[in-house]
Ligand binder design. Structure first.
Ligand code: NAD
Length: 367
């Protein structure tokens, strides 16, 4: 199979973690007999420096010509005082729109070797394996009118939360379909006791549920969901929610299972899937070869599963991550005091080695 991928390493630790993730994709391609074609382009701060634009046309064209995009991270303190449209993050928001990626999937999985990384007791977090399906192109982050105006001391700010029935329906269908591939339980999270948007959300999701009788649907207010996520995270399967609630709950879910550096995400629904770790550009540790590459590497597993429909290859990458953690390999963010740590590159090489060996024994037979 042909795997045509555009890589956008971006800023800070983005290039370090992306380079490890690309090595894993190369190993998968070689080991399982696929053709891998890679195009690398600029986004974020590096694109601003080179082109004066956080998302140059050449980057958009390359992304739209590929089947999947792997992004590192964007953001740099050097651009903190730029106007909104000339900040690195504006490039990422526009890319999501250009790719029509309205469904953001954020899995949060508890890995037993990392029990000590969770702030929760092991008996509470054990067994956590949830998937947040976040609507990515609507709600407060994109709604208009939006403004900040007035003289200092009397300024007013305005943002608009807007959702239409078709927007809710399309994300709900994605969530129901994903629930069908898992434990068939879908929790829709809203704030229907206060917000009109949420009342429409609940009504539309309940209507779509009739097309998926094998999935058990329930509803919860976002405040209650936030509390339950900490008290009983292992009880969740798929959580469907709007843009801002999903942004907040998915970081919380990340905190529940351990380091931010572990979390992967997929943004799908348009013609080209966008895969990226959940973390940012971490300027505080950039260039030191200490960043955790697992979020980027697990994003490759999501890419293999959702864009290329190669579940065996995805499972191989995930197994490599688990085996490496079981083997005691820890980047600095995962290590307990006194534990030996490895570099970004060493962590990546260890997983690449696992994939190489596993693919040699099973690869060509299964693909
Ligand atoms: P961050 O995720 O970059 O960092 C938060 C903390 O987690 C830092 O202490 C960092 O060192 C640590 N961390 C993050 N990823 C890590 C990894 N892989 N391994 C080890 N430690 C890791 O969030 P921030 O500090 O709030 O933001 C920094 C910049 O990133 C800002 O410019 C922000 O706008 C941007 N940002 C970008 C994205 C994205 O590209 N998707 C997401 C969030 C933030």
């Amino acid at each position: 199979m042909q795997l045509r991928v555009t890589s956008l390493p971006g800023d800070g630790i983005g290039p370090e973690v992306t380079s490890e993730a690309i090595c894993i994709l190369e190993e998968v391609a070689t080991g399982f007999g696929h053709d891998f074609e890679l195009d690398e382009k600029e986004i974020g701060g590096v694109a601003l420096e080179k082109f004066g634009n956080p998302l140059p046309d050449s980057t958009i064209q390359a992304c739209l010509a590929s089947q999947a995009v792997l992004l590192g991270a964007v953001g740099s303190p050097a651009f903190d005082h730029n106007p909104r449209e000339l900040r690195p993050e504006a490039g990422l928001l526009r890319l999501r729109q250009e790719l029509g990626a309205f469904a953001n999937l954020r899995p949060a999985v508890f890995y037993p070797p990392l029990a000590a990384c969770s702030p929760l007791r092991e008996e509470i977090v054990k067994g956590t394996d949830l998937l947040i399906v976040r609507e990515l192109l609507g709600g407060l982050y994109f709604g208009t009118p939006r403004s900040l105006e007035g003289v200092p001391g009397e300024r007013r700010a305005l943002n608009s939360m807007r959702y239409s029935e078709p927007e809710i329906e399309r994300i709900a269908r994605v969530a129901f379909q994903l629930a069908q591939t898992r434990r068939r339980r879908l929790l829709s999270v809203d704030k229907a006791n206060v917000l009109e948007c949420s009342r429409l959300w609940r009504e539309v999701v309940s209507r779509i549920a009739r097309d998926f009788p094998d999935v058990q649907l329930s509803h919860m207010y976002v405040d209650s969901a936030a509390m339950s996520l900490v008290l009983k995270p292992a009880e969740f399967d798929v959580i469907l929610t709007e843009n801002m609630f999903g942004d907040i709950l998915s970081d919380q879910a990340g905190g529940v299972v351990g380091s931010l550096g572990l979390l992967a995400s997929a943004s799908i629904g348009g013609p080209v899937g966008l895969y990226e770790p959940v973390h940012g550009s971490a300027p505080d540790i950039a260039g030191q070869n200490v960043a955790n590459p697992l979020g980027a590497i697990l994003s490759v597993a999501l890419m293999l599963r959702h864009t290329f429909r190669l579940p065996k290859e995805a499972e191989c990458v995930e197994a490599g991550v688990i085996s490496t953690l079981r083997g005691g390999f820890r980047t600095r963010d995962l290590a307990r005091p006194g534990e030996r740590t490895v570099s970004t590159e060493q962590m990546g090489s260890q997983i690449a080695e696992f994939v190489r060996l596993a693919a040699n024994t099973t690869g060509r037979a299964v693909s």
